[in-house]
Design a protein around this ligand. Structure first.
Ligand code: NI
Length: 195
């Protein structure tokens, strides 16, 4: 049914992540009729393995060339603000996620994407959202999230609608390669301390 792996295996697998330019990243993904399906469960496990292997915060099924509405993500302690809706979160799997913005407030912060390796950009996102969906046990998930937690969910759900983070950017001066940006930041800091 899904072409993301060949052969049968009980173990998890690290999947190939497609990069910007692959047409699957620009397509809308299809809803999952039965999130408890063993094949969906296996796909989700493989996506978690792939996200961890790539040291990412999240992964959407289109990024492994499967056009279904499935995302996995995590909120590592060093990324979260500690606010009520922005706590450390081990891996979460969400099928058919939906987002409702809470309030008008937008925040600009840096994002990267496993499909755009080596780069990052500053992307405006809703500070607070409510998101809903279904986990693989069929539980309804209904969560208020803010800051990093809200940002990662918005980024991953965008993948299901064919949207990559540069398409959300408003200032392309805040876009670049990680190593150049790190070098520039270090140079700016050194200059500040010398002044
Ligand atoms: Ni991404």
């Amino acid at each position: 049914m899904y072409a993301h792996r060949t052969g049968e295996s009980d173990g998890m697998a690290v999947l190939k992540i497609v990069r910007m330019g692959h047409p699957v990243l620009l397509r809308g993904a299809a809803p999952i009729p039965n999130p408890g399906d063993p094949e969906i469960r296996r796909l989700a496990q493989d996506m978690i393995e792939t996200m961890i292997d790539a040291d990412g915060a999240g992964l959407a099924a289109p990024q492994v060339a499967v056009p279904l509405r499935l995302i996995v993500f995590r909120c590592r302690a060093e990324r979260v603000s500690g606010a009520e809706g922005d706590q450390k979160l081990e891996t979460r799997v969400l099928a058919n996620p939906r987002i409702t913005p809470l309030g008008d407030e937008q925040v600009l912060d840096w994002e990267g994407c496993l499909s755009i390796p080596g780069m990052r950009g500053a992307v405006p996102r809703h500070r607070r959202i409510r998101y809903q969906g279904v986990d693989l046990e069929g539980n309804q998930i209904d969560v208020m999230a803010e800051n990093f937690h809200a940002r990662v969910v918005q980024h991953e759900v965008d993948h299901l609608d064919g949207i990559l983070y540069p398409m959300r950017m408003q200032d392309f001066r805040l876009f670049g390669f990680n190593d150049e940006l790190a070098r520039a930041a270090a140079a700016a800091e050194a200059k500040e301390h010398a002044a």
